[in-house]
Each structure stands twice: as C-alpha cells, then as structure tokens.
Design a protein around this ligand. Sequence first.
Ligand code: MG
Length: 309
Amino acid sequence: MVQDRRVEIVEVGARDGLQNESNILSTEAKVSLITRAMDAGIKRLEVASFVNPKRVPQMADAEAVIAALPNRPGVTYIGLVLNERGADRALATGIHELGAVAIASDTFGIRNQGQTADESVEVACAIIAKAKAAGRSAQVTLSAAFGCPFEGEVDPARVADMARRVAKAGPREIAIADTIGVGVPAQVTDLLRRIKEAAPGIPLRVHFHNTRNTGLANAWAAVEAGVTSLDSSLGGIGGCPFAPKATGNIPTEDLVYMLDRSRVETGVNLEGLITSAIWLTDVMGRSLPAMVSRAGGFPQPAAHAAVSA
Ligand code: MG
C-alpha cells in the first residue's frame, strides 16, 4: 500500500484532448480550459502542439494560445514539438518547456511525424539540445511504447534502449506513452523497471489512454512503480489523429479521485476539477467519458438537520 506520497498531475486536455476533436475550440475556450485546470490546482500543463496546422488544424493557434495564457507562479506550460521547425516556433513564444516525442515503431513514426524510430530519437535529442541552449526546459515522451496500431507488439527492450539514448541529451524527464490504449498493469510495471535501469535517476512520467478501460489500473501500477508525474485530461477527452480508434486520455477527475482516496497527494482539488469538467461538457456539446464528474466525489455525511428532518 502506497501511503502519503505525492505525484504531479500533468493536464493534457488542451493538447492531446483537443487535437482529435472535430469540434475545434476557439483560442479563448482553450485558454479558459487551461485556466480552469490551474484554478483547481494543476501546476503543469501541455497547452499546445507546434505541428503542421494543415495536418492538425485543432492546434493551428498554438502561438495565440500561449500569448493569451496568464503568467502564474510555479506553473509550467509545455508545448509539444515533433521536429526542429516546431522547436523554432515554440522557442519564439514564451513557452516554458518543450516536449519532444520519440516513437517506438517505425510505421507509426513515419505516419505521425515522418520519422523512423531511430530518426525520432535523433530529432528528440536535437530538440532537447536546442531548448536547453535557449534556456528552456525539455522532456521526451516515448510514444507507442505499449503497442503500435500498425505493427502490433512493441519490444520493451527497444523502448528501454530508446530511453537510454534520449537520456544522454539530458531531458528533465522521460515519459512513456500508451498512445493507443493497449497497455495493462503488468506491462507498465515491467516497462518502468526496464526504463529505470536504462536511464537511472531520470524522473519518469506516464501517459495513458483509456481505449480498453485499463487506463486507471495502469496509472496505479505506475504510481506503485514510483513515477513522479501522470498525464490526464479533464473529462477524459482525447485521441490521436494518426492512431485509428484511439480514444481519450485517462480523465483527470477520475485519476485524482483514485489518488486522493489512496492517500497519494496531488495538490489538486477534486471539486474544482468536477466543476471544470461540467463546464467542458457544455463547451464540447456531448457527454464525456469521465465518470467522477457525473457520480461526484466520495459521499459527504448529510447535515444533521437534513437527517433528522
Ligand atoms: Mg496521447
């Protein structure tokens, strides 16, 4: 039993959550989503992706979103970057941190960002170097680490080797992403153990999708394995434009409920998240996958007067 521990929640709704939505939110609505998550206590957020707007029109206003974000102490805004051109765009904004992506599958890598797995490792290292030279923070996500929509099984030894190679560039953390939501807890435990060995001392982050309903179980396995950060999206929105049938990230409010009740500190206020998720449901105009925003948090005892009435 894990007790009295602390993990960081990284809200990715404004990036991963929205990039696959046919409903393109206005810049103002995106900023509102980010601000609401921060009001609930989130301190680190993926806010945009510097990708080709022709390929991902949902992220076309990356610069405008970042320019409109409030400057809050202790908050880190991350921009996703897939190549050096994206890095240059990101560095021209006030973004705090660049998120590079190396993909553990050649076929998916070529479809997602025009790079083989090996090329994506090289590009990620170049992005980290560029960010650091500009005085910004940088991290790397190893994507499709649990399985590929086109190639099927992904060898965990290959993912660990990629971690070893990207670690040399000095990212602030390495994340592993189950981009298509195929992973299970035993796989999480095994892969994190391998990555810790391959990249000792580097903080680990996980990114899960709930496509096959294993997302929260995977998140718990990751907490027990000692990860320091977990990605999630308000309402459980999300997907991937280049991964067929990928569905939402694990929902932030469901994750925080589980962690709160397990005495794992997040610094995030569940009621604030629920209020924000209800707002987002309205904005998206459809019901969202998250459950805790519908069920509510742990029941509070009824007030005495109400009980005796
Ligand atoms: Mg994702």
